[in-house]
Design a protein around this ligand. Structure first.
Ligand SMILES: NC(=O)c1ccc[n+]([C@@H]2O[C@H](COP(=O)([O-])OP(=O)(O)OC[C@H]3O[C@@H](n4cnc5c(N)ncnc54)[C@H](OP(=O)(O)O)[C@@H]3O)[C@@H](O)[C@H]2O)c1
Length: 361
C-alpha cells in the first residue's frame, strides 16, 4: 500500500503554484472567543477561550472581527431566556463588523481586506476569527465608523421598522416612547426627525437624568420627561405644541408602559419590543373601551426571516449612510477585548447606567 503524505497547510500556503489544493486545505487562524458551555448568569458562565483553527471550505469566508456590541438580547441568550438560542457550547454575540481575512476558492465579490457584517446577523461574533458561508456576509464601506458598522442592525433597524410598519405617520405627527436613552430610543428620535415626525420621550429617574435629557434634546427629541414628572392628573396637559401621538413604543414595561398608553390618542397603538424593567404591562379597562387602544409587538429576528434578507441589506446601507453623515448617532463606548469582563459588568447594569459597550478586537 502506498502512503501519501500531504504537506501541512502552512507549507502549501507558501507555494505559488498549488492554488487549487491550497484552497481545499485552508484553515482559519485560531480564534480567541467568549464561550459559554451552559446557560446562566453571563458573568459566571462566559469564559474567554482559544478555539482551534477551522477549515475554510470553497464557499466560506474567514473574517477577522473588528468590533461587536453587547446587546440586551445577547445577555438573554446566555441566560437561556431568549426564545431562539444557539446550541451549547456557544460563542456569544450576534452582530458585529469584521475584515475579510481569507476566502475559499468559490467565493465571489469579496476579497481580503473588505469590511463585512453578518446580515442578517448570526450568533458567534464575540471572537477574533469567524468562518461562515459567503452568503452570510454583506460588504460595507470602510469609511463607516467601526462602532456603527458593528451595531447597525439589531437596534437601528428595529427603530426603522417600528416607525414604518404599524401606523401610517405623516410629517408633523408625533410618537411617544419610554426607554428613550436606549440605542433603539436614540435611533427612533433621529429617524423620526428625518421624516418630520416629532417625539415625546420618557426616561427613568436616575442619577444623570438631566444630562440624559439634554442629550436627547440635542439628538432632536421634542419633549423629554422623567417618569416622576409625569405623575400628574393629565399627562397630555404637558404636550405644549406637540400633537397627541398615534403610535407609542415600549421597551420597559410596568409604569413606563402605562405612561406611553396615557399619551396615546384615541385609537392609538403601542408597540412593545423589550421588557427592561421585567415588570408586566397593565392596561386599564377604559383604555380599551373608551380609547380603543391597540397593543402590538415587534421582534426583529422574526421580521428578518430569510425572505427579508435582501431588503434588510438595503435598509442597513441606508442606516450606515446616515451614520457616516452623522445624521444617526448614538452613545457607545469602545472597549478593548482584554477588558471584556468589565464591559460585560457595565452591560449587565452592575455599574449603573452606562453607554452601549462595544468590544474592539
Ligand atoms: N424586539 C426586538 O426585536 C428588539 C430589537 C432590539 C432591541 N430590543 C430591546 O430593546 C431594548 C433596548 O435595547 P438597546 O440595546 O437599545 O438598549 P441599551 O442601549 O443597551 O440601553 C438599555 C436601556 O434600558 C434601560 N434600562 C435598563 N435597565 C432598566 C430598568 N431596570 N428599568 C427601566 N429601564 C432600564 C436603560 O435606561 P438608562 O439609560 O436609564 O440606564 C437604557 O435606556 C432591550 O429590551 C432590547 O432587548 C428588542
Amino acid at each position: 500500500m502506498m502512503i501519501v503524505r500531504l504537506p501541512p497547510p502552512w507549507a502549501l500556503l507558501h507555494r505559488p503554484n498549488t492554488a487549487v489544493r491550497v484552497f481545499s486545505l485552508l484553515t482559519s487562524p485560531p480564534s480567541t472567543a467568549v464561550v459559554y458551555d451552559e446557560h446562566g448568569p453571563p458573568d459566571a458562565v462566559c469564559k474567554v477561550k482559544e478555539l482551534p483553527p477551522v477549515r475554510i471550505k470553497d464557499d466560506d469566508v474567514c473574517v477577522r472581527l473588528l468590533a461587536a456590541p453587547i446587546n440586551p438580547s445577547d445577555i438573554n441568550r446566555i441566560q437561556g431566556v431568549y426564545p431562539v438560542r444557539p446550541p451549547l457550547p456557544a460563542v456569544g454575540g450576534y452582530e458585529g463588523v469584521g475584515e475579510v481575512h481569507s476566502i475559499g476558492s468559490a467565493v465571489k465579490g469579496l476579497s481580503p481586506g473588505d469590511w463585512v457584517i453578518p446580515s442578517p446577523p448570526s450568533s458567534g461574533t464575540w471572537q477574533t476569527y469567524v468562518v461562515k458561508d459567503q452568503n452570510v456576509w454583506h460588504k460595507i464601506e470602510k469609511s463607516t465608523p467601526m462602532e456603527y458598522a458593528a451595531s447597525i442592525t439589531v437596534n437601528p433597524l428595529t427603530a426603522l421598522r417600528m416607525l414604518e410598519d404599524f401606523v401610517d405617520l405623516k410629517p408633523g405627527d408625533a410618537v411617544v416612547q419610554n426607554g428613550a436613552t436606549s440605542i433603539v430610543g436614540q435611533c427612533l428620535v433621529q429617524l423620526a426627525r428625518v421624516r418630520g415626525i416629532r417625539s415625546i420621550n420618557i426616561i427613568r429617574d436616575r442619577a444623570g437624568s438631566d444630562e440624559a435629557k439634554e442629550k436627547l434634546i440635542n439628538l432632536g427629541a421634542d419633549q423629554v420627561f422623567t417618569e416622576s414628572q409625569l405623575e400628574v392628573k393629565n399627562v397630555k396637559s404637558l404636550l405644549a405644541d406637540v400633537p397627541e401621538p398615534a403610535l407609542g413604543f415600549n421597551c420597559v414595561g410596568g409604569n413606563a408602559a402605562s405612561l406611553v398608553l396615557k399619551f396615546l390618542k384615541q385609537g392609538g397603538t403601542m408597540v412593545t419590543y423589550g421588557g427592561m424593567s421585567k415588570k408586566p404591562i397593565t392596561v386599564s379597562t377604559s383604555s380599551f373601551i373608551f380609547k380603543d387602544l391597540s397593543l402590538r409587538g415587534f421582534w426583529l429576528q422574526k421580521w428578518m426571516s430569510s425572505d427579508k434578507a435582501k431588503e434588510c441589506r438595503v435598509m442597513i446601507d441606508y442606516l450606515l449612510s446616515l451614520a457616516r453623515e452623522s445624521k444617526l448617532t448614538y452613545e457607545m463606548e469602545l472597549v478593548a477585548f482584554n477588558e471584556f469582563q468589565s464591559a460585560l459588568d457595565k452591560a449587565l447594569g452592575k455599574l449603573g447606567s452606562q453607554p452601549k459597550q462595544v468590544i474592539k478586537f
